[in-house]
Design a protein around this ligand. Structure first.
Ligand code: SAH
Length: 252
């Protein structure tokens, strides 16, 4: 009987191959089969062996995509053939990455699974834009939330943003108007500073800053596209020199 392979859920970080962990880079370089999503930068996929089988399960609207259950089935089927399978995901597999579901299904099928952490977009964006997520003078709490349409109005964000707190919103570009409204309805003042970081830790990164009430306009005015993060809180407005510099970048 063939021995079952292992499913490796591997975080690819925000895009720059230099931000992979050594473990992730070694697994990618030696993989026979890599199942990846659309957020994984081509520069990272380029590390794979020329004969590696690369399977994209990109979540792009216009293209045929694999539903999550089919991805889980694919991973398990390949591992049961005796192959080690690399499931490569943008950022960290366990932050809005469905890694939890894939790991649960693998365990239920008795397939060994190992999780390799990656730099999540929040950490990559913070470093690249020099916005501290926590700062002794400005914030001692940081929360990560998902801003996509589904269930946005059902999510309870009260208390997550405001004085002394940093809120990082993933997948919030499209719903920015509802997000700004929701936060102000929760009691935030319209003048809370915000930043939007597009393509963090990639050569085409842009950082734009403004105030909460103007968040939707900030996004439309600069034509910000996914992938981008929205950061809400005083930490986004700490350093005038960085702000001046990123304002120049944003207008280029
Ligand atoms: N598991 C990933 C998140 C997947 S959800 C992680 O840990 O980072 C997808 C969202 O992540 C995008 O909509 C965007 O909000 C954010 N994102 C991913 N890569 C990004 C990048 N390079 N720059 C800015 N935001 C990014």
């Amino acid at each position: 009987m063939t021995q079952t392979g292992t499913i490796y859920l591997v975080g690819a970080g925000p895009g720059d191959p230099d931000l992979l962990t050594l473990r992730a880079a070694r697994l990618i370089e030696s993989a026979e089969i890599i199942v990846h999503d659309g957020l994984v930068d081509p520069a990272i996929l380029a590390l794979a062996r020329p004969d590696a089988e690369l399977i994209s399960v990109a979540k792009k609207r216009a293209r045929h995509t694999l539903p999550q259950e089919d991805i889980n089935v694919l991973l398990i089927r390949e591992a049961q053939k005796g192959r080690d399978v690399i499931r490569l995901k943008g950022g960290d597999p366990l932050v809005f990455g469905r890694g939890g579901e894939e790991a649960e299904d693998a365990r239920a099928a008795n397939v060994p699974v190992e999780i390799v952490p990656g730099i999540s977009a929040a950490n990559g964006a913070a470093a690249a834009s020099q916005i501290a997520l926590t700062h002794r003078d400005a914030s001692s709490i940081v929360s990560f939330v998902a801003g996509q349409c589904k269930g946005l109005s059902d999510q309870d964000w009260s208390g997550l943003a405001g004085k002394g707190r940093t809120l990082v919103i993933y997948m919030g570009v499209k719903t920015a108007p509802q997000i700004a409204e929701k936060l102000m309805a929760d009691g935030l003042t319209p003048d809370v500073p915000v930043a939007v970081i597009e393509n963090a830790a990639r050569p085409n990164m842009r950082v734009v800053r403004g105030l909460l009430a103007g968040l939707p306009q900030l996004i439309t005015q600069h034509a910000i596209k996914s992938p981008a993060l929205i950061v809400i809180g005083d930490v986004t407005a700490r350093d005038d020199r960085v702000i001046a510099q990123t304002a120049v970048e944003a207008t280029q």
